[in-house]
Ligand binder design. Structure first.
Ligand code: HAM
Length: 419
C-alpha cells in the first residue's frame, strides 16, 4: 500500500479555522449591503454544460481556450466546473422564467474554477460574490451598482481602491473599431509579442490588455474605442459619469479597460488596488445586454459584477478577532462531568452568543488547565468535588491578573452577563 501523503490540488486552498472569521465577516458585510439594495440570493450548480461557457464567455477568451476544468461524464457529455457565475445565472434565469419581462436583482456566492498559474491572489479554486440586475437598460442601474460596490468597500473599511470605468459600445461599433485596431497593429506587426500576434486575428482588443512592458508605447498610441463609440453608447456613458459625479464617487476613465470575457457591451468597470501586484482587480463587471438573447432567452438588458473574496481577505487580513471560546469548562470526576454538561447546556440556553468549550476526554486539573489556556478562552470555569459539594463554580481569569472567585451555580448566568 502506498504511504505517500495525499495533498490538496495545486491552486485549491483549504480555508483554515484561523481564517474563517475574516471570510465570515466579509460575506456577512457584503450580504447585508446587497440586501439593503434589494438583491435576492440565487444558488447555482458548480457544473454546467461546457457549451454554456463557450457560448457566453467566448470561444477565443483565455478562460475558454485554456483555463476551464472540462471533462466528459459517464454519459459522454462535456461538462465544466464553472469559471464564473454570470453564465449560470443567465441560464437559470431563462430556464425558470425569472428574466423575461421582469426586473430582477440577484446575487450569488461560491467557488469558481480556472486553471490559471497559481500565485498570490490567483488560484484555481477561488470564491466570488457576484450580483446581476436584469431588465434595466438605462445608466441609472449602472450607477446604482457602482454605488453599491463603493458601499461594500466603505463597510469593509477599504479606502484605497481605485474605480476604473470604460465603455465598450455596441457589438457593431466594436466590430468597426476592431478593424481599425487590426489595421494599426498589422502596421506594427514586428513589435507584437507572439501572444499578441496570435490575438491579432482572433481577439485584437485583448492586445490592449497586454502587460508586456515592451509593447506599452505601441498600445498607448493605438486608436481608442471611446473615439469610435456609437451615439447612444456615448450618451449612456456620459449619463453614467454624470450620475457618479453627482453621487460624489471618484473614478478614472481607463480607455484600455476591455475585460477578459466576450459578453460585455457599453459600461465596464473594475475596482483596483495597488497592494496585490498583478492581481490587483478585486471586483469587476459591466453590462451584457445581448447575452440573454444569445443563449436563447428574449432580449433583456443586463449588468453585473463579481468580486474575488480571496483578494479581499488578503487586503483585510489584519486584526480581526478570532472566534476563540469565551469560556472553557473544566470538570473533574464523574459527578463533575455530569453536572458540568448540565451546566453547560443551561449557560448556552441562557446566553446564546456565548462561546463555551467544555473539556472532553477527562484529565487532571493540570492538564485541563493547559488545554483551557491553549483554547484561547478568557475564563476557565472549574467544577470539582469541592465546587459540587457547595453547588458553586470557581471562576478563574486566564488572561488577566484577577483573583479567582467562587460563584453559586444559580448565580452564574447573572455573573457572566456582567463580565
Ligand atoms: P472576472 O473579471 O473574470 O469577471 O472575475 C471577477 C473577479 O473574480 C476578479 O476581479 C477577481 O477579483 C476574481 N478572480 C478572477 N479570477 C480569479 C482567480 N483565478 N483567483 C482569484 N480571484 C479571481 C467575472 O467573473 C464576471 N462574471 C463578472 C461579472 C458579473 N460581469 C457581469 N456580471
Amino acid at each position: 500500500m502506498s504511504t505517500q501523503k495525499i495533498q490538496a490540488i495545486r491552486g485549491m486552498n483549504d480555508i483554515l479555522p484561523t481564517q474563517t472569521p475574516i471570510w465570515q465577516h466579509i460575506e456577512a458585510t457584503i450580504r447585508q449591503v446587497l440586501d439593503s439594495y434589494g438583491y435576492q440570493e440565487i444558488r447555482l450548480p458548480l457544473l454546467e454544460a461546457t457549451e454554456l461557457f463557450n457560448r457566453t464567455i467566448g470561444e477565443v477568451t483565455d478562460i475558454v481556450e485554456k483555463e476551464m476544468f472540462t471533462f466528459t461524464d459517464r454519459n459522454g457529455d462535456s461538462l465544466s466546473l464553472r469559471p464564473e457565475g454570470t453564465a449560470g445565472c443567465v441560464r437559470a434565469g431563462i430556464e425558470h422564467g425569472l428574466i423575461y419581462n421582469q426586473i430582477q436583482r440577484l446575487w450569488y456566492m461560491g467557488p469558481m474554477f480556472r486553471h490559471e498559474r497559481p500565485q498570490k491572489g490567483r488560484y484555481r479554486q477561488f470564491h466570488q460574490i457576484g450580483a446581476e440586475a436584469y431588465g434595466l437598460a438605462s445608466a441609472d442601474i449602472d450607477a446604482e451598482i457602482i454605488l453599491m460596490t463603493a458601499r461594500f468597500w466603505r463597510q469593509l473599511g477599504l479606502n484605497d481602491l481605485e474605480l476604473q470605468i470604460n465603455s465598450l459600445g455596441t457589438a457593431t461599433a466594436r466590430a468597426a473599431y476592431r478593424e481599425h485596431l487590426i489595421k494599426y497593429f498589422s502596421e506594427h506587426h514586428n513589435q507584437l509579442d507572439a501572444d499578441s500576434q496570435r490575438r491579432l486575428d482572433t481577439n485584437p482588443l485583448r492586445i490592449l490588455d497586454s502587460k508586456n512592458s515592451d509593447m506599452q508605447t505601441l498600445i498607448e498610441e493605438a486608436p481608442q474605442l471611446l473615439e469610435h463609440l456609437d451615439e447612444p453608447s456615448q450618451t449612456h456613458f456620459a449619463r453614467l459619469k454624470q450620475l457618479l459625479d453627482q453621487a460624489g464617487v471618484n473614478y478614472r476613465v481607463n480607455p484600455r479597460l476591455v475585460r477578459g470575457l466576450d459578453y460585455y457591451n457599453r459600461t465596464v468597470f473594475e475596482w483596483v488596488t495597488q497592494k496585490l501586484g498583478a492581481q490587483g482587480t478585486v471586483c469587476a463587471g459591466g453590462r451584457y445586454d445581448t447575452l440573454v438573447e444569445q443563449i436563447g432567452g428574449r432580449a433583456t438588458p443586463a449588468i453585473g459584477f463579481a468580486m474575488g473574496i480571496e483578494r479581499l481577505v488578503l487586503l483585510l487580513d489584519a486584526e480581526l478577532p478570532k472566534n476563540v471560546p469565551h469560556i472553557y469548562l473544566i470538570m473533574v470526576g464523574d459527578e463533575g462531568i455530569q453536572q458540568g454538561f448540565r451546566l453547560a447546556e443551561t449557560l448556552r440556553d441562557a446566553l446564546p452568543k456565548l462561546r463555551l468549550a467544555t473539556n472532553c476526554g477527562g484529565g487532571s486539573f493540570k492538564s485541563q488547565f493547559k488545554r483551557a489556556d491553549k483554547s484561547g478562552a478568557k475564563i476557565a470555569l472549574v467544577l470539582g468535588e469541592d465546587e459540587i459539594a457547595k453547588q458553586q463554580v470557581t471562576v478563574k481569569y486566564l488572561r488577566e491578573k484577577q483573583p479567582q472567585i467562587s460563584v453559586a451555580q444559580s448565580e452564574l448566568v447573572h455573573y457572566l452577563q456582567r463580565h
